[in-house]
Design a protein around this ligand. Structure first.
Ligand code: COA
Length: 133
């Protein structure tokens, strides 16, 4: 159910991305670059179709995660982040989260991440929390 991204997954990832981040979705160029830089840690969650994705660095920096809105609150995000717990090589795992993205903050808090700092204007007009586990 969880496997490594391949380029033929791109269109479906772009659909999920557009729904998850309507104001600032990553585009094809960004995902292609992420795939080049992180070929083994760009993952998709698939049932009949792809329902979510996660990109992280081998050290444990979560770069992006999104789940199809119709399939949220079913544990898919948790299963994806558990892959980081299992495979990352660093001493901790971290992610930047928009200060207004309270849903994602609750999601990471449930997984024992804690807010450790703020990066002012990380998203240009908005601050980010750094959440660490
Ligand atoms: C954040 C996200 C990936 C979570 O994926 P998910 O598959 O819905 O998460 P899970 O079902 O594994 O949630 C596990 C727990 O996290 C918490 N949680 C998840 N989403 C939540 C929300 N919107 N509000 C409050 N708590 C939430 C709940 O405690 C949940 O358990 P419960 O459903 O039994 O109450 C998903 O909401 C998403 O794609 N959001 C848009 C993109 C985004 O914000 N990505 C993160 C950017 S840093």
């Amino acid at each position: 159910m969880i496997r490594i991204f391949t380029p033929s997954d791109m269109d479906r990832i772009l659909e999920i991305e557009a729904q998850a981040f309507p104001k600032s979705p990553y585009n094809r160029i960004i995902f292609t670059s992420l795939h080049r830089s992180h070929p083994t840690t760009f993952l998709v969650y698939e049932e009949e179709e792809i329902l979510g994705y996660l990109v992280y660095t081998p050290e444990g920096h979560i770069i992006s995660i999104a789940v199809d809105p119709r399939h949220r609150r079913k544990g898919i995000g948790t299963q994806l982040v558990r892959e980081v717990f299992r495979n990352s090589t660093g001493d901790f795992i971290w992610v930047e989260v928009r200060e207004t993205n309270t849903g994602a903050q609750a999601f990471y808090e449930k997984m024992a991440f804690r807010k450790k700092g703020v990066i002012p204007r990380y998203y240009w007009t908005e601050d980010a929390y750094i959440m660490v586990r």
